[in-house]
Write a protein that binds this ligand. Structure first.
Ligand code: ADP
Length: 619
């Protein structure tokens, strides 16, 4: 069975888990992001429609105000549209002639003056009448003002006179009938110089009443004397024709014979209509992000409308058609900003989520990888220990059986077999010792004491000789096979200060490092220019260094930390030929830590590696 398969399966499961975790967020987030875009686009598309609705509401509000004004004005007594009038039911023996209340009436907002004229009757001989209401005062102060108005009203009269009957008739709508006293009609249709005549005719007129038809106001806009637009509302008042005999001997009743068709009306302020009134209505109707544009120089908003045509004003063709044009602009900046904020918030949230997901997944990945690594090391360890156990056990068994079966009678040969059995037993117990040492160092406390490092190393020197490391403690080292020089060289600096140590720690460090150097960087003493394994001590600043340097293959930089972990061995177990359990350097690490030092590995100049133990000197 492939041992890497479960590891791969675990990694795939982790990847699948990450995908399942990320995918719903990615899908939901994408949908939400898309929805924000759709909402923004549909809200943008709704703006013109919204502007149109607002424009409609605004024109309705303007119309309501104008209708109210015209309704109130239409309720004025038609007999008041004259220089004088007689109050109904007051004519007794003498005729009461009072000044028209329109001379002093309070002018409603938007109304400049009241006007009256008779196109074809006797009254026609008089100029059009202009009643200024409470503005009379202003007229007195500024005669030019009232002169201008007179000219304007004269212009309206002339324009009306020039029109054909059909056109005039087309404006007469919604006629209301009422009955007034004949004397009131006579006063309305006469002129001031006829007061004496009227008084004379009073006896004839008393008790007679007359039907009077009054139309609704009709709005018109035409150029004034200086070409500026003039706005006015007029209504027609029709008095029935009287027979010719009525006027004989009564000249003041002559206007009644010709069937007077009086025009009464209001001269309106175009600025009030086209600016003040829309602005007031806009205050009432428009929302915070909506704006009314009246200035033709400003680019129009999303919905344009025509105030004059909405009000049913008859616009003279000589006036510019864009007169009264307005538009509603909806400021979309706030809406755009709202969506921008929404998007930024969304991105912020997504970022937070991504960060926390990434953090979680990385932690998960790390812990799983660590576990996988742990398992791998345990597997390696089990394999290594099995191998380390099996080899000496087989050797012991083999040599034991050979001795038992009497395979050799030679005493020397038998001695050799016994030595092998003892050596393999030593290997076994050293393995057990190492495992025990690790658990002791991991859990227990070591008390480091001041000691002489060089002295400790010198004491170890005999046991480090070639072959001695494999010997059972207490046994003599195997003698060197030939007179070859030692593969070790000791360079111990003389004035190395005392350091904190334990003999056991220094023994573990030196013997393991030397053993490794021999295992992974063996010295070929027959090769020319061979270099021994160097064991050295020296002072480095305030610390003391113990180094074991070899000329072997070296340690790859990415492995330089891992090799100190328990059961870690470089490369694949199958490719590793050297015996070992991955515990040697870990024990070195634990021992160095136990005496307050630290161990590291470095690349050696000219090839090989340097294992360096930094120790704390005694102050
Ligand atoms: P073991 O020797 O039992 O495998 P160690 O903990 O002593 O375990 O060593 C860990 C690994 O470090 C070894 O498997 C080997 O690959 C590497 N190593 C140790 N010392 C040396 C060295 N001097 N030169 C090259 N590689 C080494």
């Amino acid at each position: 069975m492939n041992p890497t398969r479960p590891i791969h399966q675990k990694r795939t499961a982790l990847l699948l888990y990450a995908l399942l975790l990320v995918l719903p967020f990615a899908v939901l987030g994408g949908l939400q992001w898309r929805q924000i875009g759709i909402d923004l686009r549909s809200e943008r598309a709704r703006i013109p429609e919204e502007a149109r609705r607002t424009a409609q509401r605004l024109t309705d509000a303007i119309k309501r105000r104008v209708d109210r004004l015209l309704l109130l004005e239409s309720q004025r007594n038609p007999t008041h549209f004259a220089e004088w009038y007689t109050p109904p039911g007051t004519s007794g023996e003498s005729l009461q002639l009072l000044q028209s209340p329109l001379h002093t009436a309070k002018r409603p907002a938007g109304v400049v003056a009241w006007l009256a004229y008779d196109l074809f009757g006797e009254v026609n001989k008089q100029p059009p009448l202009l009643l200024l209401g409470d503005g009379q005062q202003q007229a007195d102060e500024d005669p030019l003002w009232s002169e201008g108005l007179k000219l304007t009203v004269g212009g309206i009269f002339d324009r009306n006179l020039a029109e054909d009957t059909l056109k005039r008739a087309s404006r007469v709508r919604e006629v209301r009938e009422s009955t007034v006293e004949l004397v009131e009609v006579a006063v309305l249709c006469s002129y001031p110089q006829q007061a004496t005549c009227l008084r004379t005719c009073l006896g004839y007129m008393r008790g007679q009443s007359e039907p009077l038809s009054v139309s609704d106001f009709h709005l018109q806009c035409a150029p004034g004397v200086n070409g500026d637009p003039v706005l006015f509302a007029t209504r027609r008042m029709i008095v029935s024709n009287y027979p010719e005999e009525l006027a004989s001997g009564r000249p003041c009743l002559k206007p009644l014979v010709s069937g007077p068709r009086l025009t009464q009306g209001l001269l309106l302020d175009p600025r009030w209509f086209l600016e003040v009134l829309p602005a007031e209505a806009a205050d009432e109707v428009l929302g915070a992000n909506e704006r009314l544009i009246l200035d033709p120089a400003v680019p129009p908003g999303q919905a344009s409308f025509d105030i004059l045509s909405e009000l049913g004003v008859e616009l003279d063709s000589s006036l510019p058609p864009e007169l009264g044009r307005a538009s509603i602009a909806i400021d979309s900046a706030a809406m755009e900003q709202r969506y921008r904020t929404q998007r930024v918030r969304f991105l912020g949230l997504a970022l937070m989520l991504i960060v926390s997901l990434a953090f979680g997944l990385v932690s998960l990945w790390r812990s799983v990888t660590q576990q996988i690594e742990q398992v791998r090391r345990m597997e390696n360890f089990v394999a290594a220990v099995t191998h380390e156990l099996r080899t000496p056990l087989s050797a012991i068994r083999l040599h034991g059986e050979m001795l038992l079966d009497g395979w050799t009678t030679s005493g020397e040969q038998q001695q050799e077999y016994y030595r092998r059995i003892v050596r393999e037993t030593g290997r076994l117990s050293s393995l057990v010792e190492r495992v025990l040492e690790k658990s002791r160092l991991t859990s227990g406390q070591t008390r480091a004491v001041p000691g002489d490092l060089n002295h400790e190393i010198r004491r170890l020197q005999p046991s480090l000789a070639l072959g001695a490391l494999q010997a059972e403690p207490g046994q003599a080292a195997e003698p060197a096979r030939d007179e070859e020089p030692s593969d070790l060289v000791f360079l111990l600096e003389d004035d190395v200060p005392q350091v904190f140590l334990t003999s056991e720690a220094i023994a573990t460090l030196v013997s393991n490092l030397v053993e490794n150097a021999r295992k992974y960087a063996p010295v070929d003493r027959r090769a020319p220019g061979w270099e021994p394994i160097r064991i050295s001590t020296r002072r480095d600043g305030s610390t003391v260094l113990l180094e074991v340097a070899d000329r072997g293959p070296g340690i790859p930089p990415e492995e330089s930390e891992k090799i100190f972990e328990a059961f870690y061995r470089i490369g694949n177990e199958a490719t590793r030929t050297a015996p070992g359990t991955g515990l040697g350097l870990h024990l070195c690490y634990l021992q160095a830590r136990a005496i307050g030092g630290e161990i590291s590995v470095h690349a050696r100049d000219g090839g090989g590696s340097v294992f360096r133990v930094r120790l704390e000197p005694v102050d």
